[in-house]
Design a binder for this molecule. Sequence first.
Ligand code: SF4
Length: 239
Amino acid sequence: MPSTPDVCAAAARRRRDAATLRIGGMTALTTIDFPGRLAAVLFCQGCPWRCGYCHNQDLLDAGVPPAIAWADVQAFLQARRGLLDGVVFSGGEPTLQAGLPGAIEAVRAEGFEVALHTAGMYPDRLAAILPRLDWIGLDLKAPLHRYEAITRVPGSGERAWESLRRWLASGVAGECRTTWHAGLFDIAELHALAQRIAALGVTHWALQACRGGGASASLGRYDIARLASHFSSFTLRTA
Ligand code: SF4
């Protein structure tokens, strides 16, 4: 068992790490990003991938100065004790930052539950924090062979699929998410993807279907029913 000085030193280190977390923005209240909880969302600055459909372009550059200091986040959360259930770390890519584990610990120490939105680009870092998470939204973008064309980063698919396996092995509650339009990969590949992740153990899948690739390439009712049939929970979002 660690001694009291060791425990204090570890806590001080976590506080120091948390203070380095670069936050690019915050949503004070969400009812949809952490299922079943009232939560705040912290948007972490920086992502090394460059997906063409990214909606958070302002968060991609890791060198942008933080929009909100960690001390202000802590003050906000302390004022919301008893009003919020949890905090969502989103991005950008939260696991890019070394300060994330310390920030998770700091948030938990305030009595909040923790959710993470991630593209799974750092499987080892994800595995290290999974025991401290209450929920995860894992973005699985494509079949392995289509990944690089989407993220523009070699090896990105292997990392994301490995993160999926590690999350599923952990038993942490969550959702797998996929953004799709026919310009990314075709419907046959989408069906194969659904089958594959269901076989690996995904039970909750959210499909974000974007217009693109022409009307003939859009999802019909039969496709949607077939895709949904693999999962106990299926959400279709259209954009
Ligand atoms: S991984 Fe997410 S945050 Fe990063 S570029 Fe892709 S969509 Fe944007």
